[in-house]
Design a binder for this molecule. Sequence first.
Ligand code: SAM
Length: 225
Amino acid sequence: MPGRLYIVATPLGNLQDVSERAKTTLARAEKILCEDTRVTAHLLHAFDIHVPMVSYHQHSSMLREKEIVDWLRDGQTLALVTDAGTPGISDPGGKLIHTILQVVGSDVEIIPIPGPCAAITALSVSGFPTDHFLFLGFPPQKNGRKKYFEQIRVHSETVVCYESTHRVVKTLEQLKEILGDRSIMVARELTKMYETLYRGTAAHILEQLKHTSNKGEFVIVIGPS
Ligand code: SAM
C-alpha cells in the first residue's frame, strides 16, 4: 500500500481555529513532521495527541529527506505541519513535497487538510479586490530587494507579502518610497491577543506602528493602483 502524507493546516495563533479533521489526522498519523517540535508539542498537548514528532525545517539535511521518503515507501502515514498556517505556503513544506514527488512520484498520496493561511486571512479583511492578486511571500533580505519592490510598484492589482517583526519597518519605509499614496493594510498578529489591522498609506501606518508596536508577525496587503 502506498504511503500517505497529510499536509495539515494548523492555527495562526488561536487554537480554536484547528479543524476536527486536522485533529483526527494528526492523532492517526504514525509520525508528525514539524518545523519546530517545541511549537507543535504545544499544539499536540492542547489536544491530547500522542504521536512521535520528527523535525523537518528549512535547514534539514538530505539524510532527513531520505528517511521521510523511505517511511513513505514503506507505506507509512505521515502528517506534515509547520509552525502556523498551511504547510507549503512560503515555508519548508513546499520543498519537501517537491522532493517527494520527484523521488517517489505518484506512489505516495499527498492529501491536503485545509485550514488557516495568513495571506488569505489578511486578504479576507483587506477590503481590496481579491479576484486577482499577486502573492510575493517574504521580501528578500539582501539581494533582489530592488527587483521585488519594483514588481510591486508596477503591479496594478492587489499584492500580498509576508514580513517579520525584524524587518517590517524597513519594508514599510521602502513601500512608502515607491507607493506614495497607494492604500495598504497591515495585519499584525492575526487571531492572537494583539491582533491589529492598520489601514492607510505606508507613511500613515509607519506612524501608527511607532505609537503601538512592531512586535509580532505581519502580512502586508497592498491595494490596487
Ligand atoms: N505557511 C504559513 C501560512 O499559511 O500562512 C506562512 C509561513 S511563513 C514562514 C510565516 C509568515 O506568515 C510570518 O512571518 C508572517 O508574515 C505570516 N504569519 C504567520 N502567522 C501570522 C499571524 N498570526 N499574523 C500575521 N501574519 C502571520
